[in-house]
Design a protein around this ligand. Structure first.
Ligand code: SAM
Length: 306
């Protein structure tokens, strides 16, 4: 248990208050925090250590990288947050820090977009070779309500989209890579499917009105998200009240090469982190399935959420 003195001591520094402001917004590495705050890495590491030793942070290890965020289950700090947060808004560096946070998230997003624009024509072959997975897509297709108005986010070259189109009433595929969408358009035209619409867009700013779809499918896309929680709140916005979210994504793994080979932002997810984000985004009925991969394969998490 952390004492009140340890917590107040850790907070009694202007740079640490800036770090708390930033780490209430999301998860960042030391390198990203160094750029956001605009000071040396050793100074940032020293402040993070002090905040962490007072129980104010959670450190998420992903291979050799560590992501920091503010701890949401420190009871004393949680009771202080209501008082502290309006004061954090008054920090002189606040607006420039938040602008730098947006820039760091944009850098993550751009890295993914550039990768997919560059590799769109080889993507289907590349993913088959570098991302061996257990057979799981039937689980998604079986769970989709027949005749539903579906949105697939991160639709890519349309591999799953074309299968979903057989079950859907109407389906919209959104992706932020023009080159991936061109591949999808080519396949849709070649197969003459007429209930698919493709739209260029961001998964955390979806080009759809509120409460407009029955079912959202996110297949192998969340591990590319700059900020997966903001994607879930955006999905909640476009889903009808009783709508269904279907996620298939990688379970936590240690294959660091996926960052360079496949532009993965996250090395998969723990069930409890996905659960926390979904609940905070307004989903309440959650069903998790884990398909354990055989040798050389990543395990896949399948989540149904309402
Ligand atoms: C691994 S592919 C998945 C393709 C597709 N879901 C499938 O199952 O065939 C990931 C796709 O997500 C897209 N993507 C990544 N980040 C995105 C974002 N922020 N907004 C929209 N699309 C995104 C990429 O451009 C890429 O086409």
């Amino acid at each position: 248990m952390y004492t009140m003195i340890e917590i107040f001591k850790a907070l009694s520094d202007p740079c640490r208050l800036r770090l708390v402001t930033i780490l209430l917004r999301g998860e960042f590495t030391v390198q990203e925090l160094t750029e956001i705050i605009g000071t040396g890495q050793s100074r940032i590491s020293h402040h993070l250590k002090a905040l962490n030793e007072a129980g104010l942070l959670i450190v998420k290890r992903q291979g050799t990288w560590s992501y920091y965020r503010v701890c949401d289950n420190n009871p004393f700090f949680s009771s202080l947050r209501e008082v502290i947060e309006p004061q954090l808004e008054l920090l002189p560096e606040r607006s420039s820090d938040l602008a730098a946070v947006a820039k760091a998230l944009e850098a993550r997003r751009r890295k993914s977009q550039e990768f997919f624009d560059l590799h769109a024509m080889q993507w289907d072959e590349l993913s088959r070779r570098l991302l061996p997975l257990p057979h799981y897509q039937n689980r998604l297709l079986e769970a989709v309500p027949s005749g539903a108005n579906i949105l697939e986010i991160g639709a890519g070259t349309g591999e799953l989209l074309l299968k979903l189109a057989y079950v859907a009433g109407k389906i919209v595929g959104v992706d932020h890579s023009p080159a991936m969408l061109d591949e999808a358009k080519r396949k849709v035209a070649a197969q003459g499917v007429d209930n698919i619409e493709l739209r260029l867009g961001e998964m955390n700013h979806l080009p759809l009105p509120d409460s407009s779809v029955d079912c959202v499918v996110a297949n192998m896309v969340l591990h590319h998200a700059a900020d997966p929680f903001s994607v879930m709140t955006e999905i909640r916005r476009v889903l009808k009240g009783c709508g269904l979210l279907l996620i298939a994504d990688l379970a936590r793994h240690e294959r660091e090469a996926a960052r360079d080979q496949l532009a993965d932002q996250w090395l998969g997810f723990e069930e409890n982190e996905l659960e926390g984000w979904l609940i905070n985004a307004g989903f309440s009925k959650l069903i998790f399935d884990r398909l354990v991969g055989s040798a050389g394969q990543e395990s896949v998490l399948i989540i149904r959420a309402k």
